[in-house]
Unconditional design. Structure first.
Length: 142
């Protein structure tokens, strides 16, 4: 019955505050969400990749280099945004969506403990990603 964090939360949106929905959301936070220890481990592996920060969103994490999101941590797995430079560097790429409905990303599992390799992958990825678009400020309605 329980298949994944975001899928079940989205399914709950169509259920009007049922007990089942509440239980699923609580379980998703306990069972499926990424934990801070894993995030700290990944950040530690990326010390030579530059100034890396993270933001927690919906029990999962986005990793930033400056203002660029270059990776997601979902269900304690590292997903790097796909780039040509990253694909060439990894060579034997494993792709998977970080959550249901998402575009595939590079799933990094086997070499996650190789901090030099991982830092190089992140540097290559970030250098190829475009700058984020500036958000226009909304006009205040008086």
């Amino acid at each position: 019955m329980y298949s994944g964090t975001l899928t079940n939360i989205f399914q709950c949106a169509s259920i009007k505050h049922s007990f089942e929905c509440i239980v699923i959301i609580i379980l998703s936070k306990i069972i499926m969400s990424s934990n801070q220890d894993f995030v700290d481990f990944v950040i530690g592996q990326l010390l030579s990749a530059g100034d890396i920060t993270f933001k927690k969103m919906f029990g999962e994490y986005a990793l930033y280099s400056g203002n660029k999101v270059f990776a997601l941590i979902c269900d304690n797995k590292l997903f790097i945004k796909p780039t040509n430079a990253g694909r060439n560097y990894i060579q034997d790429v494993v792709e998977a969506p970080p959550y249901p409905g998402a575009k595939p990303s590079f799933l990094v599992e086997e070499r996650i403990e190789d901090h030099e390799w991982l830092s190089t992958l992140v540097k290559l990825t970030v250098s190829e990603l475009p700058e984020p678009k500036l958000k226009k400020k909304k006009a205040k309605i008086k």
